[in-house]
Design a protein. Structure first.
Length: 104
């Protein structure tokens, strides 16, 4: 019991030390480094958001076909499949829009 508590304290001390060193090194950065990082992140926003929207479109097409097949076969779980498919598409499209709005 004492060994496990000591192990937890050792891990907590290690994590705290890493966090303090990370904050210290981040504070040591100059404004030019922060501006460069902002520029790099901003340059990746449009392609990533477009990629997420394209993945949402592909998921939507595949999900639509799966729902249609279930509907044609008379499966009782069609409504559940429609809700899952619609939720996944909506989530992916909203993530792409939110990323573009947040970083753009």
């Amino acid at each position: 019991m004492k060994r496990s508590v000591a192990k937890v304290y050792r891990r907590a001390e290690t994590i705290l030390a890493v966090l303090i060193l990370g904050v210290y090194s981040a504070a040591a950065q100059s404004a030019a480094g922060i501006d460069q990082a902002t520029t790099e992140v901003s340059s990746y926003v449009d392609p990533i958001s477009n990629l997420i929207i394209a993945i949402g479109a592909v998921v939507g097409l595949i999900g639509g076909v799966r729902v249609y097949i279930k509907w044609q076969s008379g499966d009782q779980d069609t409504q559940k499949a429609i809700m899952g498919w619609f939720g996944a598409c909506l989530f992916l499209i909203l993530v792409g829009v939110v990323i573009q709005a947040f970083f753009g």
